[in-house]
Design a protein around this ligand. Structure first.
Ligand code: SAH
Length: 213
């Protein structure tokens, strides 16, 4: 089956799984996942599964990305922070909806690979940083502003405090919190200065490597 047809089938799977957000579905229809997986896994690109990428990491499962992106309630005006650039696939989905994406990756080989493919794909609204996601986008950076949305693609044993500091009023953060084997997705909203946390969806992500507290 052609990749285009496989992509349409993935869209049907996502809809059947309860995804209704039109922007999220249209992003999945636009971004070619086969470009972000290892060459030897291209034929499996549209399985609704995580797949291995370089540096012992994984490209997340489409169904999980779709749930997280729906929970973010993405708007075209959003400034988004992504922790765990990885393959760059989710970065492409996010940047195709939001105004600006800042993405942080620990492994330089992964970040550089993602930078190459996302630039080749024509994205001009993505800013890359190689470094520790526990620190977020560092207030010391020029033009630092708080984020409307924050998404973390690796599992932390606690909610990283510096990410909470970088969430704007009315902002939403989605992240897996728990141990190495399994976690619960946390959806955090900053309302009138306080953080409201909802826990939903069991999940299994690679660990958010602990660098700083
Ligand atoms: N969204 C990516 C998911 C990659 S898996 C995709 O779909 O391809 C999670 C990523 O988080 C890995 O690339 C891993 O290297 C990265 N990561 C783990 N700990 C990190 C940390 N402390 N800071 C930044 N990135 C981290």
């Amino acid at each position: 089956m052609r990749f285009e047809d496989q992509r349409l089938r993935l869209l049907e799977d996502l809809k059947a799984g309860g995804i209704t957000d039109a922007a999220v579905l249209s992003a999945f229809g636009d971004i070619p996942r086969e470009d972000y997986v290892l060459p030897e896994f291209k034929e499996y690109a549209y399985r609704n599964r995580p797949l291995p990428i370089r540096a012992g990491q994984t490209i997340s499962q489409p169904a999980m990305i779709a749930i997280m992106m729906s929970e973010l309630k993405l708007r075209p005006s959003d400034r988004v922070l992504e922790i765990g650039t990885g393959s760059g696939y989710q970065s492409a989905l996010l940047a195709s909806i939001a105004d600006e994406l800042c993405t942080v990756e620990l492994h330089d080989s992964l970040s550089l690979g993602a930078q190459k493919i996302l630039r080749a794909a024509g994205f001009k609204n993505i800013y890359f940083r190689i470094g520790d996601g526990w620190a977020g986008w560092e207030k010391a950076y020029p033009a630092y502003k708080e984020f409307d949305k924050i998404i973390v693609s690796a599992a932390a044993e606690e909610v990283p405090p510096r990410l909470c500091d970088q969430l704007a009023e009315g902002g939403i953060m989605v992240l897996p919190v728990g141990g190495n084997i399994s976690q619960i997705l946390h959806i955090i909203v900053r309302e009138e200065g306080t953080l409201k946390i909802r826990q939903d969806y069991p999940c299994a992500f690679v660990p958010l490597v602990k660098k700083i507290k």
